[in-house]
Ligand binder design. Structure first.
Ligand code: ADP
Length: 194
């Protein structure tokens, strides 16, 4: 994958807020905060977590060490180190174990708690990866529906957030999100494609 590659995009307005889907690399996003799909130690890992620490430099890990971990479904804030984003919101997704272990509630909580931290800090723009859909094994289509529905519900209630961008790594993730968003648009009042 080229570091400069950014493929498909889709934009939807939810009231005064923009919801975007892009195919690309979250570490390169120029937003107030990017969200990290961390593990509960907050001490770094593979996937998007490794990419964020590599791009953001050691300062983020130093701040994470002070936080003492984070349970699944919760979120913690650090600065963005060398990233364009001023902050990183670290959230811990559920490990998918078939769906009977409160995975859907925990994944919903990741998105909501991350946005609550952004609201509390007065931030206007946030980028999310597809939490739990890599090493943690959450089925992409269902994870996409939960992610989008939770964010859309939040945006309706919190007009301070002006932009939420889902940064999908690869065509399969992008396409799952696009399909889930098209389905939600049919039933979500007031949302319209740009
Ligand atoms: P988890 O443990 O929560 O499943 P992973 O990092 O393994 O976390 O995967 C979460 C998602 O992040 C996957 O869809 C993966 O393809 C994606 N991903 C990996 N690297 C990046 C990146 N640089 N930018 C955006 N998404 C990424």
């Amino acid at each position: 994958m080229s570091l400069f590659f950014q493929g498909e995009t889709m934009e939807v307005m939810i009231g005064g807020a923009k919801l975007e889907l892009v195919e690309g690399d979250i570490t390169r996003q120029d937003v107030d905060a990017i969200v990290n799909a961390a593990n509960s130690s907050l001490l770094g890992g593979g996937g998007v977590d490794g990419a964020i620490h590599r791009a953001g430099g050691p300062r983020i890990l130093e701040e994470c060490r002070q936080l003492g971990g984070c349970p699944a479904g919760e979120a913690r804030l650090t600065t963005g180190g060398n990233l364009k984003a001023r902050y990183v919101i670290h959230t811990v997704g559920p490990i998918y174990q078939g769906g009977g272990q409160r995975e859907a509630q925990l994944l919903t909580s990741c998105y909501r708690e991350s946005l609550k931290l952004a609201t509390a800090k007065g931030l206007n723009s946030v980028a999310f990866p597809a939490i739990s859909t890599g090493a943690y094994g959450y089925p992409l289509a269902e994870a996409a529906r939960i992610a989008l529905k939770t964010v859309m519900d939040y945006l309706v209630q919190h007009p301070q957030i002006k932009l939420v961008r889902f940064v999908l790594f690869g065509a399969a993730a992008y396409e799952a999100y696009e399909q889930a968003l098209r389905e939600l648009l049919r039933v979500f009042p007031g949302a319209r494609e740009q």
